[in-house]
Design a binder for this molecule. Structure first.
Ligand code: SF4
Length: 63
């Protein structure tokens, strides 16, 4: 599964990396950094959870 974040849309709520810490991390401003861009099957649920809970719809998952 491909995981991407739109850094223009991310405002740093932090919901993604709180709910899915193995897939998403934070930069020094609290904005999202994708830790695993090619998520293996065991991390797909976390990737989907992060995407579903981003208020800005900044996260895209495909595959
Ligand atoms: S939940 Fe969305 S807006 Fe918040 S840090 Fe994550 S990607 Fe950015």
């Amino acid at each position: 599964m491909k995981v991407r974040v739109d850094t223009e849309a991310c405002v740093g709520h932090g919901r993604c990396y709180v709910l899915a810490p193995e897939v998403f991390g934070a930069d020094d401003r609290g904005h999202c950094v994708v830790l695993v861009e090619d998520a293996p099957p065991e991390l797909e649920e976390q990737a989907r959870t992060g995407a579903a809970n981003c208020p800005e719809r900044a996260i895209t998952v495909e595959g």
